[in-house]
Design a protein around this ligand. Structure first.
Ligand code: FES
Length: 129
């Protein structure tokens, strides 16, 4: 079975509204997730692109946040979860972070990144170090 060409992780972490860290859910992340899912279905890309909800991607100040990755060729599913998380950079060497997303941005990202393979620079954010 071929692995998907891209995986889209949309942070849907929810924190209380008055939490100073903020969260993507309060920034419309569920609508962003649904917009990605709808766009992949509309473009009939479901066989090579998987859209998933994720936990916090550690970019909370830029919510709503999504990360697009190309899966590693090797399957590390046998590793314990904690180790897999620590190896995320190795598992997904090609990853791009998008932040401050609106539903309107999703169609542009799908056209540029998911179809043409060119990350959409205007919506990208730098990973917090
Ligand atoms: S809550 Fe979404 S990146 Fe932290």
């Amino acid at each position: 079975m071929d692995s998907p060409q891209y995986r889209v992780f949309v942070c849907t972490k929810k924190r209380p509204v008055d939490d100073p860290e903020g969260c993507c859910c309060n920034a419309g992340a569920l609508n962003i997730y649904q917009a990605f899912a709808n766009e992949v279905e509309r473009l009939q890309l479901g066989d090579r692109i998987k859209v998933r909800k994720s936990g916090c991607l550690d970019q909370c100040e830029s919510g709503a946040v999504a990360m697009i990755c190309q899966p590693a060729r090797r399957d590390f599913g046998w590793l314990p979860t904690k180790i897999r998380i620590k190896l995320r950079k190795l598992l997904f060497p090609q990853r791009h972070l998008y932040g401050n997303l609106t539903v309107e941005d999703v169609q542009a990202i799908a056209q540029s990144h998911l179809i043409k393979g060119k990350p959409l620079q205007r919506c990208q954010i730098s990973p917090r170090s």
